[in-house]
Design a protein around this ligand. Structure first.
Ligand SMILES: Cc1cc2nc3c(=O)[nH]c(=O)nc-3n(C[C@H](O)[C@H](O)[C@H](O)COP(=O)(O)OP(=O)(O)OC[C@H]3O[C@@H](n4cnc5c(N)ncnc54)[C@H](O)[C@@H]3O)c2cc1C
Ligand code: FES
Length: 473
């Protein structure tokens, strides 16, 4: 692979099996230079988060991200390679696949829809877009608790200052153009699968023919004394993230939980807050995922950036002054000054509204689905953080994998099966995180009983993601 300058921009020139292909050179997800990725079996893998593009068509074939690459004309004459590309395509560096538009006369004002998608996160949006890419022209309604159109949730903890419009995955005009209706601040409270109908909190009822459940998860909150004091947050929305930075500026911030989310927030706040402290039950951050050695190395990096750790302890009380957080009291009796506290201690599936329906939930509240993302109820699909699904290369053991990339992949499979295309989920789980300008990527899945070192980084990622084709899983 080689980057070639064409005057108005670059292309990625690929020679594979003696054939030349010219494609957009930047990954449409976050703009990684694809020349640094991996070329394998007719696909190029992005070096940053593993999105995958077909070199014959430029189509996005594995996630994350929504758009594909432009494919340019190539001709060979007298041992020279000529590439023909439009200025616009070179400058844009991304291609939205051709999509159907909605031609349903009932769109926008009827109390029934062909497809209803509960959840406008990664899984819900990809499901809606895939339906349109596959030519589906009936009504699609997406609903969300948020007041915003679908946005890039992983950025919330990496760039807490970002405004909702900077995080949007698609502009308003996109939804209008393709007739994807988004109902914001619209909470589904019950699902009646017998009559194929959902009821919203405000009493509005909507009938559906096909239903996708993609409600994601809800963050766990502290249950200690003082849990109701002001300025204690979980990070789920741009509003949460923006308020945390505002309150932390020049003051004392405490992060509870040294998982990916908590550590990203702690890293971001070091440049803004007077002090940043992390409270964690385990002895080392990330130990469960990355093992002791990697965890210790990361902890050192944080300490070098002025982050103070309180390990193997938990919060026993949040103390306030005039209703606002002032101190975090730990079980170890230590009292930490705090003006703002971010809680990142995990999440539970946001499936409470399904309890009275006949859609199966497991003991932890996840929606079990098969490889086609079908629930136990015909016509009802589920995808994303709220599901457990059979992971092919773990002997089809049912797992929950709450990753951005996985939610995209499952949303796509659900859409394909709504259209009876018999697709199965077969992507390799992939997660990334970024702290102090360093990025850490992890592919695969850790299973119970696995010790340290079972999930490897960097090079391992490349092997697994390119081996995926060979293994067929
Ligand atoms: C701060 C943060 C940072 C993250 N960083 C990363 C990362 O770096 N890399 C990574 O791989 N993953 C990351 N994740 C995880 C990733 O965001 C999730 O895996 C992904 O968003 C899951 O997509 P989803 O579509 O299942 O759910 P979500 O994106 O959570 O969307 C759920 C949707 O359902 C709606 N909803 C819920 N209940 C109802 C209801 N009753 N009625 C109507 N609508 C409802 C919500 O409003 C929302 O629109 C992060 C998550 C968070 C919170
Ligand atoms: S920049 Fe390519 S997958 Fe994220």
């Amino acid at each position: 692979m080689r980057e070639v300058e064409l005057g108005w921009g670059k292309v990625l020139l690929v020679k594979d099996n003696g054939e030349f292909h010219a494609l957009g050179h930047k990954c449409p997800h976050y703009g990684a230079p694809l020349v640094k990725g991996v070329l394998s079996r007719g696909r190029v893998r992005c070096p940053w988060h593993g999105a995958c593009f077909n070199i014959g068509t430029g189509d996005l074939e594995d996630f994350p991200g929504l758009d594909s690459l432009h494919k340019f004309q190539v001709k060979i004459e007298k041992e020279k390679v000529y590439v023909r590309a439009s200025k616009q395509a070179l400058q844009l560096q991304r291609r939205t696949k051709v999509m159907a538009k909605c031609i349903s006369p009932s769109a926008g004002h009827s109390s029934s829809t062909n497809v209803l998608i509960v959840g406008a996160g990664a899984a819900g949006l990809v499901c809606a877009e895939t339906l349109r890419q596959e030519g589906f022209s009936d009504r699609i309604v997406l609903c969300t608790l948020d007041r915003h159109l679908p946005y890039d949730r992983p950025k919330l903890s990496k760039s807490l200052d970002a405004q909702p419009e900077q995080l949007a995955l698609r502009p308003k005009e996109f939804f209008r153009a393709y007739g994807i209706e988004v109902l914001t601040e619209a909470q589904v409270v019950t699902v009646d699968v017998r009559n194929k109908k959902v009821v919203f909190k405000d009493g509005f009822k909507l009938e559906y023919s096909k239903l996708l459940l993609a409600p994601g998860s809800s963050p766990k909150m502290l249950s200690c004394k003082g849990k109701e004091v002001e300025n204690v947050f979980t990070i789920r929305t741009p509003e949460d993230a923006n308020r945390v930075v505002r309150l932390a500026r020049g003051r004392n911030a405490v992060v509870v939980g040294a998982g990916f989310l908590g550590m990203e927030v702690a890293a971001y706040l070091t440049e803004k807050a007077h002090s940043v402290s992390v409270v964690e039950l385990e002895e080392t951050p990330f130990r469960r995922f990355l093992g002791e050695r990697v965890g210790r190395a990361l902890m050192k990096m944080f300490e070098n950036n002025r982050v103070k750790f309180y390990m193997q302890t938990e919060v026993s009380e949040l103390r306030a002054q005039e209703g606002k957080l002032k101190e975090v009291v730990l079980k170890s009796s230590k009292v930490v000054r705090a003006d703002v506290c971010v809680v990142g201690i995990g999440a539970v599936p946001a499936t409470g509204f399904l309890r009275q329906s006949s859609i199966n939930l497991d003991s932890r509240g996840f929606i079990p689905v098969n490889k086609m993302m079908q629930t136990n109820v015909p016509g009802v699909f589920a995808a994303g953080d709220a599901v457990t699904f059979p992971l092919a290369w773990r002997n089809n053991r049912k797992v929950n994998i709450p990753h951005w990339q996985m939610a995209h992949a499952q949303g796509r499979v659900a859409a394909q099966n709504m259209l009876a295309q018999e697709a199965e989920i077969s992507t390799v789980p992939y997660l990334w995180t970024a702290m102090f300008g360093k990025s850490l990527r992890y592919a695969g899945n850790r299973w119970p009983g696995q010790g340290r070192g079972q999930v490897r980084l960097g090079v391992w990622l490349r092997c697994v993601r390119s081996a995926e084709v060979e293994l067929g899983s």
